[in-house]
Design a binder for this molecule. Structure first.
Ligand code: GRF
Length: 202
């Protein structure tokens, strides 16, 4: 199965997907394209190092959001990917894009949704002083971090945590659960009934 990954930043999740799936000869998951909205994203370097085609698609180079989304769709269609993963991608898609790839577009988020959606989940968690945080992997819908939840992993919050220490603990779990969800998807084990996602054989 070919997948595309969209990333805006460091790409540590991309790296685990490269290591655990793309480079694993026992896995038939191939990362066919990495797309970023930031030319300096380290994710692009990680992809280039292993020969994965990379694309920089910046909103400022397009007349409007539709044209921007169409460019990304074009890359996805060219590579005939069956799954699109967001891994620290900081742009919101238009509803038409989300509808086109419904149940083929997955995001990873550093909190136990529906708590703390949005771009500042880790600092919002610390400001609220919850005792537990975690990771959510979910299908993308038209809202911000509101789509059907595929998997969640809890992570403790410690009294002396700062944003970096908590995010590091969360990312250690991200790096295990994201490749696992991709394997489930590739094996056709993910079934969706409205908001309810069940992992089971056919
Ligand atoms: C992750 O924490 C993910 O949950 C969030 O953005 C971060 C991306 O990290 N959506 P990285 O670029 O994969 O290291």
């Amino acid at each position: 199965m070919k997948i595309a990954i969209l990333a805006s930043g460091s790409g540590s999740n991309l790296q685990t997907l490269i290591d655990q799936l793309h480079l694993d000869t026992n896995s038939d998951v191939e990362i066919a394209a990495v797309i970023s909205d930031r030319p300096k994203a380290y994710a692009l370097i990680r992809a280039k190092k292993v020969g994965i085609p990379t694309y920089v698609v910046q909103l400022k180079h397009f007349p409007d959001r539709n044209a921007f989304d169409a460019e990304i769709s074009g890359i996805i269609e060219t590579h005939e990917v069956g799954l699109i993963l967001l891994a620290g991608y900081m742009k919101i898609f238009q509803p038409s894009f989300v509808r086109r790839y419904r149940y083929k577009l997955i995001n990873i988020h550093p909190s136990l949704l529906p708590a703390f959606p949005g771009a500042h989940a880790v600092s919002d968690t610390l400001d609220y002083h919850t005792k537990i945080s975690g990771v959510t992997v979910h299908f993308v819908d038209e809202g911000v971090d509101t789509g059907p939840i595929i998997a969640q992993v809890p992570v403790p919050v410690f009294d002396d945590d700062n944003e970096s220490s908590l995010h590091q603990r969360i990312q250690a779990e991200e790096h295990k659960i994201y490749p696992q969800v991709v394997k489930w998807f590739a094996e056709n084990l993910i079934h969706v009934d409205n908001r309810k996602v069940i992992i089971k054989p056919e």
